[in-house]
Design a binder for this molecule. Structure first.
Ligand code: F6R
Length: 607
């Protein structure tokens, strides 16, 4: 969602803030602003649009050694210069940037209005600036502490005061905040990418904590205002991992990185002697693994689709009842936590509010929840009872791609582990290990279909509607293909089980509504071919993603994309890659902003 950055030190703050915001732009990109403090004054510039628009309007004389900045994903109030952060109090002495939602802002606004405050924006966030100002008696930390005591909702905030040069106060409740430690300088941000160019020494704040930074150091305190000693962590990512490396878009780069990112997810995680997987972070003994009777996976969006693949695998190979559910639905239906059920919370960012809150609710009821996250040190990774990092490296494009193939990799490993504690033989286990180890190479072969996919994108990008159809383990892949296409090209697309279309969606079929079928050579192939013929009989255009050389399918479909033959349980890897490429090239054809699609943002930290 929104991105926050703060800096105090010996260098000019505006450059550091704007560079930090540029790195955070993938989190929200409808407007942005910075506030820089100098000689008892706070100077604020904010602009609707991208960071480059903001950069253009920051005056050269915008000098000062401390400040805060924000890139916005609007929740309350339209997208315009005024509603952009930072927000200040009436006297222009206090400035704040906020990520999250203040749920009681209307009642606070009414109280402040009665006291004579005139609000300038439509945002929920502006109340924070006025509350801090009202409480300020010469100590910014105390004023912020008093102000946040009145807030209900979620926030990651950074606050400065004109009379306290070099000081920034931050507070966290439900929206991430991380501090970076430099030499005579300190940083605050909603995620580490904003400060990676300057420091790799970071401190992750927990909910309820506040931080007080100055160039010379920091103090952290908890909700009871007791000082907290925190372990300094080192960021393991390299800055060059968040560069584009010659690709036109991050999404393109991330799609092409998948042979390596999948390798990173699986390497070092096999125990060949035992023909099984080793996942140390699970914190579960073989006995505890054996006692698991059910697995439930909670997640949102692409991560949910990965969870569906995981559930299918666990049932089919490890023979453990497993299901995936939308995290947003789990939390509010008073979930029943059964004994011997293991939960997974899957989240690339590790910050998705729906998944985090569902996880907390399950934990409150006594569940063991393991995290499957990409971002090291993220809230879900820290609060889960154990888990596995997917090691994709930073995923910057808003549309998730490489995280999906790495998330499913973790489920392939976990399935192997569970299957080996049950019925799978040593030979079966070794066969599975070999299959998984060859996946990076097969993903490379699927990527080689690019020229054909570019051609098809040119042919089909003008379609108004699209159906994506698959079955079995490839049904979630069809859902993922539809999600990718609508997200970045804005073509309306639906994913269905190929068997399900005759129960309704077939009414949509006409000469201009294409259907994309996933047809591996698995046990459902004949049935999917029949479904494809039903579409052809109604003159619907058909694209088939099929196994190389499958002449029967190629003869029926109008167009086809060939993928390499793999064991039937591994098809999600090679089926999803052409769908990612297809959505990417359709979006290019339609001249969409691929990395920053309309209305979306990476890391959805509001419910
Ligand atoms: C799709 C996409 C979203 C995310 C969803 C969950 O391309 O990016 O659907 O998958 O918001 O995000 P994480 O995995 O960070 O919890």
């Amino acid at each position: 969602m929104c991105g926050i950055v703060g800096y105090c030190g010996l260098r000019q703050a505006s450059d550091i803030l704007i560079d930090g915001l540029k790195r955070l732009e993938y989190r929200g990109y409808d407007s942005a602003g910075i506030c820089v403090g100098n000689s008892g004054l706070l100077n604020i510039v904010k602009r609707k649009g991208k960071i480059k628009d903001l950069r253009e309007v920051v005056p050269l004389e915008f000098k000062g050694l401390y400040g805060i900045g924000h890139t916005r994903w609007a929740t309350h109030g339209e997208v315009n210069d005024t509603n952009a952060h930072p927000h200040s109090d009436a006297a222009g002495k206090v400035a704040i940037c906020h990520n999250g939602i203040i749920e009681n802002y209307e009642s606070l606004r009414a109280i402040l209005t009665k006291e004579g405050i005139v609000f300038r924006t439509e945002t929920d966030s502006e109340v924070i600036a006025h509350l801090v100002s009202r409480s300020y008696k010469g100590d910014l930390f105390e004023a912020v502490r008093e102000a946040i005591g009145l807030l209900k909702g979620t926030y990651g905030i950074v606050v400065v005061h004109a009379d306290e040069p070099g000081r920034i106060v931050g507070a966290r409740n439900g929206s991430p905040l991380v501090a970076g430690i430099g030499d005579d300088e300190m940083f605050l941000a909603s995620d580490v990418t904003a400060m990676m160019a300057h420091t790799k020494q970071v401190l992750y704040l927990e909910d309820g904590e506040m931080i007080d930074i100055r160039p010379s150091g920091y103090t952290i305190s908890d909700a009871h205002n007791r000082e907290v000693e925190k372990k300094i962590e080192s960021i393991t990512w390299e800055l060059e991992q968040i560069e584009k490396h010659g690709y036109a878009h991050y999404m393109q780069k991330e799609i092409h990185e998948q042979p390596q990112s999948v390798l990173r997810a699986i390497q070092g995680r096999f125990n060949r002697e035992g023909a099984t997987a080793k996942l140390g972070g699970l914190n579960l003994t073989p006995k505890e693994l054996l006692n698991i009777e059910r697995v439930k996976i909670i997640a949102a969006g692409t991560s949910y689709h990965a969870g569906m693949v995981g559930a299918y695998l666990l049932e089919s190979l490890a023979r453990i009842p497993a299901s995936a559910e939308l995290a947003s639905e789990v939390r509010y239906r008073n979930p029943i936590v059964e004994k011997n059920t293991l939960y997974f919370a899957v989240s690339q960012s590790g910050e998705t509010a729906d998944t985090l809150y569902a996880m907390r609710e399950l934990q409150r009821k006594g569940a063991t929840v393991l995290g499957v996250c990409n971002v090291v040190g993220s809230t879900i990774a820290r609060e889960s009872d154990g888990g596995v990092y997917i090691h994709s490296g930073p995923e910057i494009a808003v549309a998730s791609t490489k995280a999906f193939t790495s998330q499913i990799s973790v489920f392939y490993l976990f399935t192997l582990l569970m299957a080996r504690t049950r019925d799978l033989s040593i030979e079966g286990g070794l066969g599975f290990v070999c299959g998984l180890e060859s996946i990076p190479e097969y993903i490379g072969k699927a990527l080689a279909q690019k020229p054909k996919i570019i051609e098809l994108a040119k042919k089909y990008a003008q379609a108004q509607d699209f159906l994506f159809l698959g079955r079995g383990i490839n049904y979630p892949v069809a859902l993922e293909g539809a999600l990718k296409l609508k997200e970045i090209s804005y073509i309306h697309a639906e994913g269905y089980s190929a068997a399900e279309i005759k129960h309704g969606p077939i009414a949509l079929i006409n000469e201009v509504t294409p259907s994309l079928f996933l047809i591996p050579d698995d046990h459902l192939r004949e049935k999917v071919i029949s479904n494809m013929k039903e579409i052809k009989a109604r003159k619907g255009p058909v694209i088939a993603v099929c196994v190389e050389g499958d002449q029967e399918v190629m003869n029926i479909a109008d167009d086809y994309i060939e993928v390499p033959k793999v064991h039937e349980l591994f098809y999600p890897y090679v089926m999803v890659v052409p769908l990612q490429l297809f959505s990417y090239y359709c979006a290019l054809e339609l001249k969409r902003n691929v990395d920053q699609p309309r209305n979306l943002a990476k890391s959805v930290t509001v419910e």
